[in-house]
Design a protein around this ligand. Structure first.
Ligand SMILES: Cc1cc2nc3c(=O)[nH]c(=O)nc-3n(C[C@H](O)[C@H](O)[C@H](O)COP(=O)(O)OP(=O)(O)OC[C@H]3O[C@@H](n4cnc5c(N)ncnc54)[C@H](O)[C@@H]3O)c2cc1C
Ligand code: SF4
Length: 472
């Protein structure tokens, strides 16, 4: 423990955002990092609790008190090594993780948790700036060949671990570049894509071979991959969006969020949009249906494109402002949260349901809705209309795409139609085929995808070699 009285003397200090009026004029990241001295002061607030609840709050079990102590003691290089021992990509989580670790921090009992995510991000950013993060070549090659389908955070983490264990790793994705939703879903203003490119350079140097624009189950069969590799790991995400089958759904201008967001990310990266109808919020009244991360990303993107107004509808009731710590801590509490995108000027409505859309000349112009009670039943007399030139459906994802790869391999599914596999070995119902990330657990978080990728890598390595030294 660095400074015994640190938590008593030093106030919590978070990174600040550039002002909304300024940041909406570009797609660049807008978080202003703390100075090194301030990060070290924040690390000094860690109490090094006998039971560090933050460890269990963090899905990759980052050794948070250890690296807090190292940062306080100015040993940033060792902090960087320690951080990478549990997390392949702290530069991603340090930017976009919701930080369940901070909810679990003992200092959160009185609403002042250690700024864990800020410290994590500062360590890895310094690590890259100082060239401490370099390719790690395996001590020896095994001659075993592994195919990983899906280059999102789960597939990337698994690929890096397996290449470091000496295997020959082929990472396939139907998209041109690796990253999955990190690249094509999450907007640049939350995480710039050069960070994925930089990390992937390291992975290439470690031996990972990326095969872009290969849609497994369409361009090549999954069975071909199975026959030409010693093991196959499926990390294809949960790509089927939840739909809203109401009258007017087929009007032009009503789109899934994931038809809208990837287009902007491609524009920012100068990637071709392909054979799709361009969708933009410029000059439009936008309504976003759904209150999660995806909805927030639609709001921030719409403002940057020049929307006239953005309204977000949520069927759930407005959550409490503060959680009851006695009931929730150290778990993730349900409470009112306002994302940086929502702060850019969105109007938010809770306990409302969309009943239909109407329009002119085949294009949506109005959304019709009603308030709902606690059983999600319409409340008579509360019907309303909203101007809507663009409606974005951001109500989550139901399960992976089943047609193609999963059907062809005849894999067992769980009750929610995700690929069935447990977290002891990540094996599917088919020999030598494994599954991890959103494709196995359902729609989740980047940090959970990294955890599953790492654990699945351990299991694949043990399956191929009879034992594994990769961390679990
Ligand atoms: C808009 C949006 C914003 C989000 N924001 C956050 C956030 O702020 N913080 C957070 O922690 N999480 C966030 N999430 C969730 C997070 O992105 C996912 O949980 C995470 O990316 C899942 O990782 P994955 O590797 O399992 O799958 P994905 O990231 O979905 O990657 C799957 C990859 O598999 C490829 N693929 C699928 N099928 C095939 C096939 N048959 N052949 C070849 N390739 C295939 C896809 O092209 C894709 O690249 C967000 C999600 C969305 C949609
Ligand atoms: S990965 Fe997420 S939960 Fe873990 S330490 Fe970082 S911010 Fe916290």
């Amino acid at each position: 423990m660095g400074k015994i009285t640190g938590f008593l003397e030093i106030d919590r200090q978070e990174r600040r955002n550039r002002p909304a009026a300024d940041r909406v004029r570009s797609y660049r990241e807008f978080i202003i990092p703390l100075s090194e001295t301030d990060v070290a002061r924040q690390a000094a607030r860690c109490m090094d609790c006998g039971i560090p609840y933050c460890h269990t709050g963090c899905p990759v079990n980052n050794q948070i008190p250890d690296w807090n102590d190292l940062v306080y003691a100015s040993d940033w290089e060792e902090a960087c090594r320690n951080l990478h021992s549990t997390n392949n990509f702290p530069e991603f989580t340090g930017r976009i993780c919701p930080a369940p670790c901070e909810a679990a921090c003992t200092l959160n009992i009185n609403d002042n948790p250690v700024t864990i995510k800020t410290i994590e991000c500062a360590i890895v950013d310094k690590g890259f700036a100082q060239s401490w993060i370099n390719p790690q070549s395996p001590p020896q090659l095994t001659g075993k060949k592994i195919a990983i389908v899906g280059a999102g955070p789960a597939g990337m983490a698994a690929a890096q671990q397996l290449a470091r264990a000496g295997h020959d790793v082929n990472l396939y994705d139907k998209q041109a570049k690796p990253g999955g939703l990190l690249r094509y879903g999450i907007p640049d203003f939350k995480m710039e894509k050069k960070l994925i490119d930089r990390r992937f350079e390291q992975m290439k140097a470690e031996g990972v071979i990326f095969h872009g624009l290969v849609h497994v189950g369409v361009d090549i069969t999954a069975t071909e991959l199975e026959q030409s590799h010693d093991a196959v790991l499926l990390t294809g995400g949960a790509e089927v969006s939840r739909d809203l089958p109401v009258e007017g759904r087929d009007l032009n201008g009503v789109h899934f969020a994931m038809d809208f967001l990837p287009q902007q990310n491609r524009r920012v990266s100068n990637e071709p949009l392909g054979d799709v109808q361009p969708i933009t919020a410029a000059g439009k009244h936008v309504v976003v249906i759904g209150g999660g991360d995806t909805g927030s990303d639609c709001i921030g993107t719409s403002f940057r494109q020049g929307a006239l107004s953005v309204t977000q509808l949520e069927i759930m009731p407005i959550p409490p402002k503060h959680e009851d710590k006695a009931l929730t801590w150290p778990h993730w509490p349900i409470k009112m949260r306002t994302s940086s995108s929502q702060r850019e000027g969105a109007t938010r409505e809770f306990s409302v349901m969309t009943t239909s859309f109407s329009g002119e000349d085949g294009h949506v112009t109005q959304l019709h809705g009603t308030e709902v009670d606690e059983k999600f039943e319409p409340v008579p007399g509360t019907e309303f209309d909203l101007p809507a030139d663009l409606v974005l459906l951001a109500m989550g994802f139901v399960h992976p795409v089943l047609e193609g790869m999963i059907t062809e391999l005849e894999l067992d599914l769980d009750g929610r139609k995700n690929v069935a596999a447990n977290t002891d070995d990540y094996e599917t119902s088919r020999p030598k085929v494994f599954a991890a990330g959103d494709m196995r657990r359902g729609q989740s978080l980047v940090v959970w995808a990294i955890r599953e990728g790492r654990q699945a890598a351990h299991s694949v390595d043990r399956f191929l070699m009879g034992k594994s030294d990769l961390p679990l």
